[in-house]
Design a protein around this ligand. Structure first.
Ligand code: NAD
Length: 261
């Protein structure tokens, strides 16, 4: 994939990414760091989170790891404070952390439902609220929320997950108009299927092999391939850049054409 961004495109920028210990979050952390940003890498798994930050540092970038659960409001406040302490400001929050559970509504118990809401929705809410404080003081900032194609079209077995992602989409639009005059832009990305450990969880829950899953996805996605973390990272970097300075309140589909059907 051709790299359209200058190596120093995000020099001097501070980016905080939740759920950056694997998949899309890790890919986006590496991509921002490779283009000059200082990156705060959040994840729940200590070894994996530290590994991503260390890889970035070893490659000559700036990164710090913070291990914690975005479903905890107090941790989210502390994470934003830690980012500002470490790097002096906060320019971009990528609210990426999330979990999936493939099941019909009546197969989802209270604990699973609560876990989905706490991580996917409350986590994004707590993080955005915490990030608005330094961003309002700076009179600038970008929040990018992780929604999904599941917020736009209906997929079987994903009612509880889709409800969280649809809520994120509307939270994004209202935040965008509430904070436009504060110099803060708020957008959401709506990926289709992306080749990450999350998709692996999905096919295991559906008792499919990786090959069966990829064959189904390639047939279903108009562009004919599954997405890669870099496809999402490129869109997140674009939305974070001044090239997107008139874009706020948008839900950007990054799905190889799936939701255009
Ligand atoms: P992934 O499982 O590789 O990554 C999810 C990350 O979130 C992990 O680092 C995990 O540790 C972290 N996380 C989960 N709960 C957390 C919590 N409570 N606190 C902190 N971190 C937490 O999956 P991914 O595919 O990279 O998913 C990233 C995001 O993209 C998710 O929000 C997901 O819903 C969304 N998404 C993924 C796809 C896809 O096809 N992979 C499609 C649309 C949207």
């Amino acid at each position: 994939m051709t790299d359209l961004f200058a190596k120093d495109a995000f020099a001097g920028k501070v980016v905080l990414i939740t759920g950056a210990s694997s998949g899309i979050g890790a890919g986006t952390a590496r991509a921002f760091a490779a283009h000059g940003a200082a990156v705060m890498v959040n994840g729940r798994n200590e070894a994996r989170t530290r590994k991503v930050a260390e890889e970035i540092t070893r490659a000559g970038g700036r990164a710090q790891a913070s291990v914690g659960d975005v479903a905890r409001s107090a941790y989210c406040d502390a994470l934003v404070a830690e980012t500002v302490r470490a790097f002096g400001r906060l320019d971009v929050l990528f609210n990426n952390a999330g979990i999936v559970f493939n099941a019909k509504l009546d197969e989802t118990d209270d604990a699973r439902w609560q876990q989905l809401i706490d991580t996917n929705l409350s986590g994004a809410f707590y993080m955005a609220r915490a990030a608005l404080r330094p961003m309002k003081a700076q009179k600038s900032g970008v929040v990018i929320n992780m929604s999904s194609e599941c917020a736009l079209i209906a997929y079987e077995n994903l009612a509880p997950y889709s409800a969280t992602k649809a809520a994120i989409a509307m939270m994004t639009k209202v935040m965008a108009i509430d904070h436009a005059r504060d110099g803060i832009r708020v957008n959401a990305v709506c990926p289709g299927d992306v080749d990450t450990p999350m998709v692996e969880t999905g096919w295991q829950q559906l008792k499919l092999t990786r090959e069966e899953t990829l064959a189904r996805l390639n047939a279903h996605i108009p562009i004919g391939r599954i997405g890669q973390p870099l496809d999402i990272a490129n869109a997140v970097m674009f939305l974070s850049s001044d090239a997107a300075s008139f874009i706020t309140g948008a839900l950007l589909s990054i799905d190889g054409g799936t939701t255009a059907r």
